[in-house]
Design a protein around this ligand. Structure first.
Ligand code: PRX
Length: 650
């Protein structure tokens, strides 16, 4: 960790917001920013309460902004009622935005679709009626496993319309991972597709679903969108085609008003122990967080064409492709496929084609695009861009500078947004018309968020001292629970500092200007291409193979992905530790979790470095995986010889 601190300390470039940008921005100066922070500090409830009244449409006004009677189970906007889909759709239909493009969609093979707010509302209404017809009611959980097609947000909004809680499972997850999530959520209905297009081929989804549903007897209905036209088996009585289901349905379906605390969605994310956690998000507070940051951080305006390249299977897609943009009445571009299909300039081609003004992607994508060479972005007209964003992991200053110069033409501010599945909204990020930016820093908390860097006792640390990143007050779009496991929610997020602060699991430091520099996870979580994977999950997948006796997984540096996965594996007596087994194990992990979790390196060993109490010393394994000298104390190691033999690769 100390090495990371040192390397970023050399970064002292600062870029002020361009004057014209600042002049037109929603938050146009540091003065405006600090005024908002001061107001929030002085009158926290008044601040968020006013924003909730200004930005959301309530069918019943709330009477209390924040109820803190039973921490950490905080309640926001008590007494109120609203419907999230009505906030994303209906309220625009009474305005000129009725015929404005809500979603501009590009399929990978080159097919396109544009849905106006009116059209989107009708599709959502029809599909909400389908769900109702299938017996789905308020509070039911609906799992969605789909490619990046407009029917995915349509399905989400249809759930929201009738008060059902959706759980979107990323289409890259395996049948096994899908099954676990369906079972944990207790879903009886699944929405899916035959497949989706990715890198020129039709990736099968329904086949995975068929496999997953063998272990989910409670699922009585699967609605299947025809996207690729590939051959699928439809199970009589359970599976119905989307197009058959919506035929003849009314486009109108009254929105069901819900309590602002009503769970809008569950999204599974990795933790350091056990199975993935179902992060539960609310309706009112969540939508407020997504909407306000859409305006502050992305400075979204009615004229903008905005594009976030994330997959909706992750939180970024929930907050910043679906709910944030639509609640703001924005035009959101959605792309189905791979960034390099059919050519390495596909993203830039889409920017040119739709005159994209705001572009949001991940550092891992930027690093991959850098490698492809400047000739690709240079082939296309990127002059429409006015703002760039990144999310998911720290961005190295070199990638930042490339993004700034080659993509942004040195005219676009970059918002490096730090947040998490659990936070629901951007937490630390520049406001592009106000905050001077430094390459590699997420800069300052958004107004109304009180973040700090503390030591293990919870004391604030001074400038440039590395410590733990915490949030000191509950905020509207925060995680409400771990689905079905309130104790895990309490322990994971509020246990570290006795319930006083939310602990994010990240290390960070603040510089002399109070700017935050995120140093990465401090727990056993690996950040692969901006997505979290628990080392435990990969280990469980490995040991579920019959030739594996024990496994330990750590992160290792990876130029493209940020972090790669390094697995140390002890095989059973009769196993042959050869390349064929490496391949088998990698494929096995892909089958258990998904291709994203495939170990990049597998090293066979006879023993793992353990403490006398039997705990694997991952710190030492991380050093080996990174090819570094062992740092720190090794006196608690049970058998010093293990380390030597691991290094030698014996
Ligand atoms: O470690 C931080 C890193 O990603 C984690 C959250 O992962 P996830 O819940 O999958 O959400 C990713 C998209 C919001 C954080 O705990 N992270 C996220 N954004 C940044 C970041 N690290 C550094 N800089 C960022 N901008």
């Amino acid at each position: 960790m100390s090495a990371e601190i040192e390397s970023v300390l050399h970064e002292n470039r600062v870029f002020d917001p361009p004057a014209a940008f600042a002049k037109a921005a929603r938050v146009g100066s540091m003065q405006a920013y600090t005024d908002m922070v001061a107001r929030a500090d002085k009158d926290y409830e008044g601040y968020w309460g006013d924003l909730a009244r200004e930005h959301l449409t309530w069918s019943k006004p709330f009477t209390k902004v924040l109820n803190q009677d039973n921490p950490p189970f905080f309640k926001w906007f008590e007494g109120g009622e609203l419907n999230v889909s009505a906030n994303c759709l209906d309220r625009h239909l009474n305005s000129w935005r009725k015929n404005k493009a809500a979603i501009v969609w590009e399929g990978e093979p080159g097919d396109t679709r544009t849905l106006t707010y009116q059209e989107l509302a009708h599709e959502v209404g029809r599909f909400a009626n389908v769900l109702k017809g299938k017996g789905v009611t308020k509070g039911d959980r609906v799992v969605i496993y789909m490619p990046m097609v407009p029917e995915l947000p349509i399905a989400m909004l249809a759930c929201a319309r009738i008060g059902a809680t959706h759980s979107v499972v990323f289409g890259g997850f395996s049948a096994e991972a899908l099954k676990d999530r369906i079972l944990d959520a207790g879903a009886k209905i699944l929405i899916t597709a035959d497949g989706g297009w990715r890198r020129g081929s039709a990736v099968a989804l329904k086949v995975m679903v068929d496999d997953a549903l063998k272990g989910c007897p409670e699922v009585s209905t699967a609605i299947v969108l025809k996207r690729t036209g590939q051959e699928v088996a439809m199970q009589e009585g359970r599976d119905v085609w989307w197009h058959d289901a919506i035929a003849g349905q009314s486009p109108k379906c009254d929105p069901v008003p819900v309590d602002p605390e009503h769970p809008l969605f569950i999204l599974y994310t990795s933790g350091s122990t056990g199975k993935p956690k179902g992060v539960v998000h609310s309706s009112g507070g969540y939508l407020l967080g997504a909407t306000t940051t859409m305006q502050w951080v992305f400075d979204i305006k009615d004229e903008d064409t905005y594009w976030c390249t994330a997959d909706i299977g992750w939180v970024t897609g929930h907050s910043y492709i679906v709910y944030g943009p639509l609640a703001c009445g924005a035009t959101s571009v959605m792309y189905e496929g791979a960034p390099t299909t059919p050519h390495a300039g596909r993203l830039w081609e889409i920017v040119e084609k739709h005159s994209v003004n705001i572009f949001y992607t991940a550092p891992t994508a930027i690093r991959a695009l850098v490698k492809l060479g400047d000739e690709w972005p240079h082939k296309f007209d990127l002059s429409s861009l006015r703002l760039l964003g990144t999310v998911g992991e720290p961005i190295n200053p070199e990638a930042w500078m490339w993004y700034y110069k080659t993509i942004g033409g040195e005219r676009c501010p970059i918002v490096d947004t730090w947040w998490q599945t659990e936070t629901g909204m951007h937490m630390i990020s520049p406001l592009p018309g106000a905050t001077p930016i430094k390459p590699g820093s997420a800069t300052l908390p958004v107004p109304g968020i009180f973040a700090d860097v503390v030591d293990q006792e919870g004391n604030s640390l001074g400038p440039n001292q590395g410590g733990l990143l915490v949030i000191k007050r509950p905020w509207p779009s925060m995680i409400r629970n771990v689905y079905g496991d309130p104790q895990r929610y309490k322990d994971t997020y509020w246990g570290e500092f006795g319930g006083k602060y939310y602990f994010a699991g990240d290390g960070a430091r603040k510089d002399e200007d109070g700017y935050f520099w995120i140093m990465g996870r401090v727990d056993d979580v690996i950040n692969v291409s901006g997505h979290r994977l628990g080392t435990m999950e990969v280990e469980s997948a490995l040991v579920s193979h019959d030739q594996v006796a024990e496994a330990a997984v750590v992160g290792c540096p990876d130029d493209l992905k940020g972090e790669g996965i390094f697995a140390f594996v002890i095989t059973k007596g009769d196993a042959k530790n050869d390349d064929a087994l490496v391949k088998t194990l990698r494929d096995h992990v892909a089958k258990e979790i998904g291709p994203i979790a495939k170990p990049d390196h597998i090293k066979f060993t006879d023993a793992l470095p353990k403490t006398r109490s039997g705990k694997i010393m991952r710190r030492l394994l991380r050093d080996i995986a990174a090819g570094r000298e062992t740092r720190g104390d090794t006196s608690t190691l049970e058998d010093a010889g293990t380390l030597e033999s691991l290094r030698k690769g014996e």
